[in-house]
Design a protein around this ligand. Structure first.
Ligand code: ASP
Length: 408
């Protein structure tokens, strides 16, 4: 039997074929062909992303909150872990935004001639208090219907908390959520498996209509994200290892390297778990602590994804000809932190959640098409960083808990 080509290979071929077809169409004046006959397939793909984003956010957030129940059992370890995750992810967002703004001010992010104007209303028109007021829904279905992501997150937080508070009586809802999430995850994997079609058609259309210059812009935005990933790793994880765990950064990265490489090639934090566990234990993490921190981290701790979402948001806003105020950047930090928490540890999930950040910021989700073709390249680096963050957390928390045991 012939072996099926793996998804990464399919995506790579689709990427190259899309660029080639785009260049040919642009040289032969066939841009119209790509717009009429290829882009619609890209549109279908983006529609599927839009269609899945509300259930994914809702169910993954509720599921995450319900898993905190176990956290109560682990007490201190749980809160320290979550605090570490949140702080490092917020720092990641800031690093992503700083790099994106520096690159933007260098003028390497293009302003594109887009036929249908990109929507940018909510974020520019609302002031801070209106934004706060606006995240509390008065009608649950309306929030789902309009894909108001901040409201959907609030609904998830409320429902998750209430199911937890209902205890035994809430068991049916709890089971419904975990079963629903399993179903949605399958659906998400199916949509992701259609990526090669999306990559080919979108790349061909983008290159044909924007010209070969867009390839240069994509290279810049990739470079920007990778610089963010590297600086975050060097700054945050080296410091964590040194200051909190008393370990030299060189030793940390050397021992974490196998997991980093596995993550880089598999683009899935979840699939990398067994390797990360081995690396964390080799670095001296407490076995019980790493067994708790790593699975939780592979579900909610995504620093690389957060950097990518910030960089991509600024890039796409620039493509649409919009510059952002400081207040809007703060909103990006909050939404990208939440979005990265809601991102599943599987290949391509961060891009689905990018749709959430864009929606929350009032940016047209269809713009994702511009960078979707190269998402795999972003994903390799962001997963590598995500996994490194989980390992760093497990050794820090082990150290903190170890000290406590000694004091006792
Ligand atoms: N692939 C990433 C991970 O598994 C998630 C993402 O797509 O950002 O960590």
């Amino acid at each position: 039997m012939k072996k099926k080509m793996s998804l990464p290979v399919q995506i790579l071929i689709a990427l190259a074929a899309g660029i080639a077809v785009g260049l040919i169409c642009s040289a032969t004046g066939l841009e119209g062909f790509t717009a009429s006959y290829l882009k619609p397939f890209g549109d279908i793909f983006v529609n599927l992303l839009k269609f899945i984003v509300v259930p994914v956010v809702l169910l993954s957030m509720i599921d995450g909150i319900l898993s905190m129940d176990d956290m109560k059992k682990v007490g201190n370890v749980g809160w320290k872990t979550v605090a570490y995750f949140l702080c490092t992810t917020a720092i990641a967002c800031v690093i992503g935004l700083v790099f994106a703004n520096v690159f933007n001010s260098m003028g390497v992010f293009p302003k594109l001639a887009l036929e249908e104007g990109a929507v940018w209303d909510k974020a520019t028109s609302a002031n801070f208090m209106d934004t706060i007021k606006g995240i509390f829904p008065s009608n649950m279905w309306e929030a789902f219907r309009t894909a108001n992501m901040l409201q959907v997150i609030v609904i998830a937080l409320f429902l998750g908390g209430a199911i937890m508070a209902a205890g035994e009586k809430g068991k049916l809802c709890r089971d419904l959520v975990s079963s629903g999430y399993a179903v949605i995850e399958k659906l998400m994997n199916f949509i992701i498996s259609l990526s090669p079609i999306g990559v080919f058609t979108m790349m061909a259309w983008v290159v044909a209509t924007q010209g070969a210059a867009i390839l240069g812009s994509l290279a810049w935005v990739l470079l920007c994200a990778y610089l963010g990933y590297i600086v975050h790793a060097v700054l945050v994880y080296s410091l964590s290892a040194q200051v909190f765990a008393g370990m030299s950064p060189a030793k940390f990265f050397k021992s974490a390297f196998p997991a980093m490489m596995f993550a880089f090639s598999s683009t899935s934090s979840a699939a990398t778990l067994p390797v990360s566990k081995e690396c964390a234990d080799e670095l001296g993490a407490d076995g019980d602590i790493s067994s708790f921190v790593l699975p939780l981290g592979s579900t909610i701790n995504m620093d690389g994804t957060a950097i990518y979402q910030c960089v991509a948001t600024i890039f796409l806003a620039t493509c649409a000809g919009v510059s952002l105020s400081l207040g809007q950047m703060v909103t990006i930090v909050v939404t990208a932190t939440l979005a990265s928490i809601g991102t599943a540890g599987v290949s391509g999930a961060g891009m689905i959640m990018l749709a959430m950040v864009l929606t929350a910021m009032g940016i047209d989700v269809n713009l994702i098409m511009i960078i979707y073709g190269v998402d795999r390249l972003f994903d390799m680096g962001r997963t590598c960083l995500n996994v490194t963050g989980d390992i760093a957390c497990s050794i820090c928390v082990s150290k903190w808990e170890g000290k406590k045991a000694v004091k006792k």
